[in-house]
Ligand binder design. Structure first.
Ligand code: PLP
Length: 412
């Protein structure tokens, strides 16, 4: 079970809305900091542990700067993400560049920044060499194919476009060794939004075993293994968050059983979590502007799926709080909808909620990752502002809302 709480009261959010009209996203700095500290502490036993925050989850340099202060690097997959990282002062091997179908210019920038480049395919070795040169450290993304089962969001690894096969991994490391590379890492991302921690332990075992096999067969001792992201969050109140401390201990046991006896210690452990770091600490704040009774009862919001696409994209559940009605009985069933001319623009379907009146403030939970970031301009929707609720409870605008001028700016 998860208590769906808010870091602000009704009076506090009304004061914020007086300055910044809805809809907007607001991030809770205190929540983000405390959470990431717990995560890093859970792996304090691991030599050189580092979390490379997946920038795509919340691509705002103000958020990146907070995470940098907590000791995180960034996981980037495009040129603009590399530039965001640079803006936040996260440079060199604090950047993991995990891209796919990568344009040459992006490899050139990643190499210039000194990022750790994580190649998605064996053919990218000559491509990288030609355009950017061979770096001093390299990583490869492993796709275990039929050796692993994926989960709902990410799907079956055999159907996944990412990574190298097991034989290609051996060949790629061999080729890079021949080219003079001395520092190696491996990466795999097969699970997404997963709440069962056993899946991560399995990823750890899978990569540890690969590290053992590389040492035996190629004489290569890896510098790091990167478990990537995918730790889920309890979007539903009846779900429970992954116990990060327990997860750290389970992986420690595998490290002791597999890495130490095989002479691979110290082997650095890296993660690239996004969702779990910021997801629960971001909220989409919106106003109910219409009520409609036809065959069903609808609540129309001033936000739409352009502000938060997950419900429309995956049928994802996002908890909703009606401000000031937290204790009221949930005796109404509503479809809570946005204004796009798309009938899947629904934040909730048949949701049991208290009676909602126009003017009520609705807060949509767990929008801190893959929320604003997935925004778009379809139907002439303008992207909303992003606010930071600081630890001292003051609010800072960290991205202004788009204007009509922004919308017209790219037209020739
Ligand atoms: C999306 C992504 C992540 C982060 O995934 P979360 O589910 O947000 O933790 C990490 N690495 C790569 C390569 C990704 O594409």
């Amino acid at each position: 079970m998860t208590q769906k709480t808010l870091p602000f009261s009704k009076a506090e959010i009304e004061k914020i809305i007086a300055q910044y009209p809805t809809p907007f996203h607001i991030y809770d700095e205190k929540g983000i900091r405390e959470n990431v500290r717990t995560f890093i502490k859970a792996f304090s036993w691991a030599p050189g542990f580092k979390e490379y925050f997946a920038v795509k989850a919340t691509p705002n340099p103000h958020i990146l700067a907070i995470l940098k202060e907590e000791g995180c690097g960034t996981d980037c997959s495009s040129l603009p993400e590399l530039l965001l990282s640079e803006k936040a002062g996260i440079l060199g091997e604090e950047i993991m560049f995990t891209s796919n179908e990568t344009p040459a210019a992006e490899y050139i920038k990643a190499k210039k920044l000194g990022a750790i480049i994580n190649l998605d395919d064996i053919t990218h070795i000559p491509f990288l060499e030609k355009h950017a040169g061979i770096p001093e450290i390299i990583s490869f993304r492993y796709n275990p194919g039929p050796l692993r089962k994926g989960n709902l969001i990410i799907g079956d690894p055999v159907e996944s476009k990412y990574g190298l096969t097991r034989p290609q991994m051996f060949e790629a490391l061999k080729q890079m060794k021949e080219k003079g590379v001395k520092r190696f890492g491996i990466h795999s991302f097969v699970i997404s939004n997963e709440l069962n921690s056993e899946s991560y332990v399995e990823t750890a075992r899978m990569l540890f075993q690969l590290a053992i096999d590389f040492k035996k067969e190629l004489g290569i001792k890896l510098e790091f293994v990167n478990f990537s992201g995918g730790i889920g969050i309890p979007y539903r109140p009846d779900q429970t968050a992954v116990d990060l401390t327990a997860l750290g201990q389970k992986i420690k046991a595998e490290y002791k059983a597999m890495i130490i006896p095989n002479g691979l210690d110290p082997l650095k452990i890296f993660a690239e979590c996004g969702r779990m770091i910021t997801g629960p600490y971001g909220y989409l704040v919106t106003t109910a502007i219409h009520r409609k009774d036809i065959y069903k009862q609808y609540i129309g919001l001033d936000a739409s799926m352009a502000n938060l696409m997950r419900p429309a994209l995956y049928g994802a559940y996002h908890h909703i709080t009606v401000m000031g009605k937290e204790q009221a009985p949930c005796d109404h069933s509503y479809d809570v909808v946005g204004s796009l001319c798309e009938n899947n623009d629904k934040f909730a379907i048949n949701r049991e909620l208290p009676k909602i009146d126009t003017g009520d403030i609705l807060v949509i939970h767990d929008a801190g990752a893959h929320g604003h970031a997935m925004g778009f301009n379809y139907n002439g929707k303008l992207r909303s502002a992003e606010l930071l609720l600081k630890e001292d409870k003051t609010v800072k605008l960290i991205r202004r809302a788009e204007t009509i001028d922004d919308y017209f700016a790219t037209l020739v």
